[in-house]
Design a protein around this ligand. Structure first.
Ligand SMILES: *Cc1c(COP(=O)(O)O)cnc(C)c1O
Length: 383
């Protein structure tokens, strides 16, 4: 596959790396559905394909594109963001110690708390936004992996990838970053020293709320990467080719979608900051946000499409606000072209650090005036 290094990520994505189908000269690649492949007469598999659980060319095309956008050497695409993250944690093997942040995707936090110990993996959660806490939690020789999520769900805390990479490496650990919400448009963790980048490709990478997928992008094609590939193969965690095709189609517009969503989020964050019914706006693009300075350093060109607001009047007022929207959709998930609003505490449960008066907003790419009028009316309480 040709990968001209001089082209910008936006160009690489729009053309899906410029791939042309060899036989038909089609601009859009075919979907490869075969689960088995013919052996050569001398008993070898020169095509590189033997069976569907390890091998799929449509999946490889998605991997090549995501890997190019992240500057990774090897990328694995899996059936969901959760399966990508779990494949990586299982790759560490029993006895591994992991340092993970307090602020992170709730379902993965629940897996690390409730399930990982059964696989011999111990986890300490720290405030990763403060490098001193992160460093203090590292156990040299025992800590195998430091996990970051930045900006992090649902308070949009920002962690310093470069600083965390230095600390992790000094302790002999690798740094993995859940970059789902930053996207490769705004942050390239590998260039900042991260060893692995994880995506819920269900979100911005696909961008149309119609595919579940995950990705692991490795800076080096090393033993950890090989282990994750083996786990994906043996557990049957590879993405289905139809979904891989849709993912490639979504990726073509990643750059314009993500920039439009981030511009809407920035505008809404500014306007909501002056709203009488809002006690706080959490968005890394706002100068008073505690992670703003780090975000300005490590996010290039925008602060993402995700923000949260705290509603005056507590949980009841927040839920009532969500009940009144018409243009925004009351739904979980994020990163699609349509704007979503969600009362997170209802989904995250009792041990979540999410305040009860918080509404999470995933800004889509609609006209910002339509989004503003709708949320303004919902907050003010007029029907
Ligand atoms: C959605 C999400 C995940 C989990 O991904 P799935 O594709 O739903 O399995 C992990 N991390 C973040 C930040 C997410 O938003």
């Amino acid at each position: 596959m040709s990968k001209p290094p001089t082209l910008s990520p936006r160009t690489l994505a729009a053309q899906a790396l410029g791939t042309i189908d060899k036989r038909t000269r089609a601009i859009v690649p075919p979907i490869h559905l075969a689960t088995t492949f013919e052996r050569d007469p001398d008993n070898l598999y020169r095509s590189g394909n033997s069976y569907g659980r390890p091998d799929n060319e449509t999946v490889r095309e998605a991997e090549a594109l995501i890997g190019a956008l992240e500057g990774a050497s090897t990328t694995l695409v899996l059936g969901s963001g959760m399966s990508a993250a779990i494949a990586l944690f299982l790759s560490l093997g029993p006895g591994a110690h992991v340092v993970a942040p307090n602020g992170m995707y709730w379902a993965l936090r629940a897996w690390l708390t409730n399930e990982a110990p059964a696989f011999g993996i111990s986890v300490d959660f720290v405030d990763s936004e403060d490098l001193r806490w992160l460093s203090a939690a590292l156990k040299p020789g025992t800590t195998k992996l430091v996990w970051l999520e930045t900006p992090s769900n649902p308070l949009w805390g920002v962690s310093d990838i470069e600083g965390a990479a230095r600390a992790a490496h000094a302790a002999g650990a690798v740094l993995a970053v859940d970059s789902t919400c930053a996207t490769p448009v705004f942050t390239r963790p590998v260039a900042l020293g991260a060893d692995v980048v994880m995506h819920s490709a269900t979100k911005y990478l696909n961008g149309h709320s119609d595919v579940l997928a995950g990705a692991l992008c490795f800076a080096q094609d090393d033993a950890l990467c090989a282990r994750a590939r083996t786990i994906r193969q043996s557990h049957g965690m590879i993405l289905h080719p139809f979904e891989a095709f849709l993912l490639i189609r979504g990726l073509r517009t990643l750059d314009v979608r993500v920039r439009a969503a981030a511009a809407n989020a920035m505008e809404l964050a500014n306007r909501l900051s002056n709203h009488g019914s809002v006690s706080a706006v959490l968005y890394p693009g706002l100068p008073h946000h505690p992670g703003h300075d780090v975000a300005r350093r490590q996010m290039q060109g925008g602060f993402g499409g995700m923000l949260s607001i705290r509603v005056r009047g507590g949980a009841e007022a927040a839920i009532a606000t969500a009940a009144r929207v018409r243009v925004w959709k009351r739904a979980t998930s994020l990163g699609g072209v349509e704007s979503l609003i969600e009362h997170r505490a209802s989904i995250e449960g009792a041990d979540s650090p999410c305040p009860p008066d918080l509404l999470r907003l995933s800004a889509g790419i609609e006209d910002v005036e339509d989004l503003w009028r709708d949320i303004d009316r919902a907050l003010t309480g007029s029907a």
